[in-house]
Every structure is written in C-alpha cells, then in structure tokens.
Write a protein that binds this ligand. Structure first.
Ligand code: FAD
Length: 84
C-alpha cells in the first residue's frame, strides 16, 4: 500500500505499524515469499524515539540480519566511534 492506495492484489498478512518491529517482520516475511501489506497511520520520515541501542538488541538484530539474509538491518547496529 502506498500513499493510501491499496494495490489490487491479495495479501497473506497485514501488519499494523511500520516501526522497527513491523518493518523488520514485513521484510523477513517478504523474503520468505509471504505477500505482506504494512498499514501505517503516519508517514515516513518521522520522528523516532530513541538515541542508543543496548548490546542485547544489537545482537538480536545482527542475528535476524544473518538468519534471514537482510543486510539492510546492519547499518542500524553499526557502532560508530568518532573523535578517538
Ligand atoms: C521515551 C522513549 C525512549 C526510548 N529510547 C530508546 C532508546 O534509546 N533505544 C532503544 O533501543 N529503544 C528506545 N525506546 C524504545 C523504542 O522506541 C521501542 O522499543 C521501539 O520503537 C518499538 O518498536 P515498535 O516497532 O514495536 O513500535 P513503534 O516504533 O512504536 O512503531 C509502531 C508504529 O505503528 C504505528 N501505528 C500505531 N497504531 C497504529 C494504527 N492503529 N494503525 C496504523 N499504524 C499504527 C505508529 O505510527 C508507528 O509507526 C524508547 C521508548 C520511549 C517511549
């Protein structure tokens, strides 16, 4: 679904919300051949809460990226250390 227009096709699953949870789930299911539609009440880009990620979360995302072959996830877990 883009811009409020629903594609004229059937989907296997609808995910409500395109936060990090819904987005990653949609990507995983799509790569597995599931026809997914994501329904989001707001628009991207939008303000996102959060400024850091704990190591446990980073490891979960790294495992998801590796298990489901989703390299697009990796940039959000890259630890950037500057001015050292
Ligand atoms: C103040 C605060 C600070 C935080 N700081 C951090 C941090 O530093 N590091 C960290 O890792 N985590 C942080 N978190 C937690 C982090 O924000 C959440 O864990 C994360 O956003 C959860 O992702 P989500 O996809 O489950 O939900 P969300 O990111 O909340 O996404 C839900 C999406 O669903 C959409 N939606 C909701 N209802 C509907 C509806 N009825 N129909 C259509 N769409 C809908 C919303 O617009 C949104 O886009 C913080 C949370 C808060 C509240």
């Amino acid at each position: 679904m883009r811009g409020g227009q629903v594609d004229q096709q059937r989907y296997d699953i609808a995910i409500i919300g395109s936060g990090i949870g819904g987005s990653i789930l949609a990507t995983i299911l799509s790569k597995e051949g599931v026809r997914v539609v994501v329904i989001e009440e707001s628009q991207h880009p939008k303000f996102a809460i959060g400024e850091s990620m704990i190591l446990e979360s980073s490891e979960i995302f790294r495992q998801l990226a590796e298990t489901y072959d989703i390299p697009e996830i990796l940039p959000i877990i890259v630890l950037k250390i500057s001015n050292l």
